[in-house]
Design a protein around this ligand. Structure first.
Ligand SMILES: Nc1ncnc2c1ncn2[C@@H]1O[C@H](COP(=O)(O)OP(=O)(O)OP(=O)(O)O)[C@@H](O)[C@H]1O
Ligand SMILES: [Mg+2]
Length: 254
């Protein structure tokens, strides 16, 4: 049997007296869309940030591809292919869509903003390959017609797609998304999830926090429900919506 892609073992993270994440254990397997839901303040973003190396866990261990990663700085975790689409650096609004894609490439000269902006010659060798790769991704997320448009001119939904596109430049093995459908219309929200589903059937694993449950549950293969820093329920979307505890958790929110 193959080991999990991401293994979280009894991880806790507290801020002062608040246990934002309280002894969470879970596995993310290769491929598929795994959802993480729960009321506001239940610890979802804190768990993501701990996985990404932005917070050091107070207790517990995290393994990615069987490698212990809890002690690694965020860029090293990113280099291993564990990527968050809505992480730093944010979009550069005065740069073109294409340049936003190029500065996001992982483990290449295009990696570094300074290189990409001021030392063009040095990375020109690689640039052609990167541009082709970026165009492929832009085609996939349907932003190719805007490749040379400043990012500032994109709609809110297109900016979300561009952030996902930039994350894809890193060739992630596991892509973490914190609320990809927030603040955009339901049609575009669904479209984003359709794109994510296509990525997952190509072998990429996705771990997604989303408050728009009706969209997430249509695409997720597995869902973890967090409540007060703990994983309260886990299962396939249908089993979650059939579980009365699920509603109790959300009603307890008030
Ligand atoms: N940097 C921080 N310093 C202090 N407390 C924090 C910090 N980050 C989060 N918390 C607290 O930890 C708890 C979990 O917050 P977190 O942001 O992880 O929840 P969430 O599930 O992502 O919520 P939401 O759905 O609203 O985004 C909350 O009580 C929050 O106030
Ligand atoms: Mg959050």
């Amino acid at each position: 049997m193959e080991d999990a892609l991401l293994k979280i073992k009894e991880v806790s993270k507290h801020f002062g007296g608040v246990y934002a994440v309280n002894s969470v254990s879970l596995d993310i397997n290769h491929g598929g869309i795994c959802g993480l839901v729960g009321p506001n303040g239940s610890g979802k973003t804190t768990l993501f940030n701990t996985v990404l190396g932005l917070h050091k866990p107070d207790h517990g261990e995290i393994y990615f591809h069987n490698e212990y990663i809890s002690h690694l700085p965020p860029y090293k975790i990113y280099e291993r292919g564990l990527v968050n689409a809505f992480q730093i650096p944010r979009l550069f609004f005065n740069l073109s869509v294409m340049d936003n894609m190029l500065v996001a490439a992982r483990g290449q000269e295009g990696d570094r903003l300074l290189n990409s902006l001021f030392l063009r010659n040095r990375w020109q060798k690689q640039e052609k390959g990167l541009i082709e790769e970026a165009l492929d991704i832009l085609e996939f997320i349907e932003l190719e017609p805007w490749a040379f448009t400043p990012a500032a001119e994109l709609s809110g939904g297109q900016r979300k797609l561009l952030e996902i596109g930039r994350a894809l430049m890193a060739r992630p093995r596991l892509l973490l998304l914190d609320e990809p459908a927030a603040g955009i219309n339901p049609v575009l929200g669904k479209k984003i999830f359709q794109k994510l589903e296509a990525l997952s059937t190509n072998g990429m694993a996705l771990f997604i926090v989303e408050h728009r449950l009706e969209i997430l549950f249509e695409y997720a293969t597995w869902v973890y429900v967090m409540d007060k820093g703990k994983i309260a329920i886990a299962g396939q979307p249908q089993a979650i919506v059939d579980n009365p505890d699920f509603y109790a958790i959300y009603l307890g929110e008030e």
